[in-house]
Ligand binder design. Structure first.
Ligand SMILES: Cc1cc2nc3c(=O)[nH]c(=O)nc-3n(C[C@H](O)[C@H](O)[C@H](O)COP(=O)(O)O)c2cc1C
Length: 186
């Protein structure tokens, strides 16, 4: 099996509760984002933007996420436990990256989203390759937010990437449906 296929299979969604208390260096964060930045992009629009929250900035993000959840969750759905968990996940992460995508207006909107999603997958794979991990979380009460992330009119937040160092020996079993159900040759 090629090394790349091994890496693609190794990438997992890893919850912050499974992270060690390790702070990733800015140098490594930039390497991960460099991999993201080499994603393909029709017309070379590069519609992505990343906002990295580390150290104390995580506390501001946690406060924002908790208050936005309270503001936007319907009263029947609101749960104090869930609200606390949102804050905890941020503080358990080494860094949290807000994933911003621009609608260029030069292409069908899906192409910009596809390019940014490719960048996010590169980010995820690079992190995995470097011994880090995390997951892409896309709660609507974060994705609707523009002001906190200084989004321009044509930008939107596709969610948060929780990044950290998985605990040693962490194994998350995963399966996929049989590939033959998803492929046809003509
Ligand atoms: C666009 C996108 C949004 C996602 N949003 C969430 C989310 O809000 N919460 C969550 O727990 N996982 C989220 N995930 C992660 C998926 O649940 C996860 O990739 C899937 O369960 C497969 O597991 P794996 O990543 O370990 O292969 C998201 C994944 C993608 C691609």
């Amino acid at each position: 099996m090629s090394q790349f296929l091994e890496l693609a299979k190794k990438r997992r969604s890893i919850q912050p509760v499974m992270f060690d208390d390790v702070q990733i260096s800015n140098e490594d964060i930039l390497k991960i984002l460099e991999a993201a930045h080499w994603a393909p992009s029709h017309k070379k629009i590069f519609p992505w933007r990343f906002i990295v929250f580390g150290g104390d900035a995580r506390e501001n993000l946690a406060e924002f996420v908790k208050s936005n959840y309270q503001k936007l969750a319907s009263p029947e759905k609101f749960s104090e436990m869930k609200q606390k968990k949102f804050g905890k996940k941020i503080m358990q992460s080494s860094h949290v990256i807000a994933l911003i995508s621009k609608e260029s207006g030069e292409l069908p909107a899906w192409e910009d989203l596809a390019a940014t999603s490719s960048a996010i997958q590169n980010l995820w794979l690079a992190a995995t390759d470097m011994g880090y991990g995390g997951y892409w979380s896309s709660p609507s009460f974060v994705c609707k937010e523009k002001e906190f992330f200084d989004c321009a009119e044509n930008e939107s937040c596709l969610g948060l990437f929780y990044l950290g160092k998985p605990k040693d020996g962490l194994q998350i079993p995963a399966t996929r449906p049989d590939l033959s159900e998803f492929v046809s040759f003509r």
